[in-house]
Design a protein around this ligand. Structure first.
Ligand SMILES: [Zn+2]
Ligand SMILES: [Zn+2]
Length: 189
């Protein structure tokens, strides 16, 4: 049995639903509520499971829990845990990772925050994919593209500043710029 890196008491097993009807068994500390995820366990767990595993506490939500001041050690291999530096993680989400086994420790409240971020990111991705499909559908018909295309994501930049370009060339250029930007959004995260 693994021991909580914060309280040094034995953790309890907690199972959580993951993506394709799979159950993942995590370790949770009955005292501090922190959760240990072995490698690959954190990401596939369904976001709604956080509400059950990581009961929301209004006070904790208002005030991000700081990391414990003491150094934490991996409950699996004893290596020192490191705060995960990820540019996509907002400062209120602090994960501590073991470099050896790549398990992740989440203080109470962090699991829910991480899962809500994941849910949001997925929703945004889905929205972007739909936008790309829209652009691709409109693209073969330049006339339709121009009439719908002067606002929002279809607006083409700098059209007035390039009077020497033919309308078609400008459109084509703008289209590829937009598509590139959208692709970067989808693939970048
Ligand atoms: Zn604990
Ligand atoms: Zn480890």
């Amino acid at each position: 049995m693994a021991r909580c890196p914060v309280c040094d008491v034995e953790m309890k097993e907690a199972s959580a639903q993951a993506n394709p009807g799979m159950l993942i068994v995590l370790d949770q500390c009955g005292r501090c509520g922190g959760i240990w995820c072995d490698k690959w366990e954190l990401f596939p767990i369904l976001p709604d499971e956080a509400d059950r595993l990581d009961p929301l506490n209004e006070d904790l939500l208002q005030q991000p829990i700081g990391l414990p001041k003491k150094i934490l050690y991996c409950p699996r291999c004893g290596d020192q845990l490191q705060v995960l530096r990820d540019p996509f993680l907002p400062p209120e989400i602090q994960l501590q990772r073991c470099r050896q086994c790549e398990g992740i420790w989440l203080n109470r409240g962090q699991f829910g925050r991480y899962k809500r971020l994941q849910k949001k990111t997925r929703a945004e991705k889905l929205h972007t994919e739909k936008s790309i499909q829209k652009v691709v559908k409109i693209a073969p018909d330049p006339a339709a593209w121009v009439t719908t295309g002067t606002r929002g994501i279809f607006a083409y930049p700098h059209a007035e500043e390039e009077p020497d370009l033919s309308a078609t060339a400008t459109l084509r250029g703008a289209f590829s710029l937009i598509l590139q930007a959208l692709l970067r959004l989808v693939l970048g995260f």
